[in-house]
Design a protein around this ligand. Sequence first.
Ligand code: FE2
Ligand code: FE2
Length: 191
Amino acid sequence: MKLRDKKPDRNGADQANAIVLLEADHLAVAELFEEYEDARGKQQKSKVARQICLELSVHTMIEEELLYPVCRGGAVEEDLLDEAYVEHDGAKMLIAELLAGTPDDEFYDAKVKVLSEMIKHHVKEEEQPGGLFAQVKKADIDLDALGARMAERKQVLKKEFLESGIPAPTTRSLSGAAVEHGVPLEAPAHA
Ligand SMILES: [Fe+2]
Ligand SMILES: [Fe+2]
């Protein structure tokens, strides 16, 4: 069954507490990845990929601006939080590639697929029992107030990105160590 067929009521998610809001975002992005798999034609693929990049850019920003900072200092295990930052940054590398590319590019579909797998893993780390969100729920954090701030910030960011374009992602943990850009290698010639 497709995710969109068993979609819970997302109306009112903007009024929800922080965790409900973020989990609704996760579901929305999972649906977009399914939509990409069903998409036929470059125009449709490009449109859905752009929507994925928009949703993920906003989502990572609100988590990094509003949730992750209050997780420091004991609310969430430090290792788990560090990994969350690195997972976000790994995803941002692929988001940047998709934003700069088109479905005509070699590896474009693969980049979308691998991004979906990275996000699936990251969402599991956040949502699973004992995971980041479970630890947040146990901590002394006002999730309703946080949810309200997130909903407000989401609206502002979405409007901005739709009007001015999605900005290049900002990493929080990867330091920009240089890589050489190459191409797949040919099979070696047999002597
Ligand atoms: Fe996250
Ligand atoms: Fe998340």
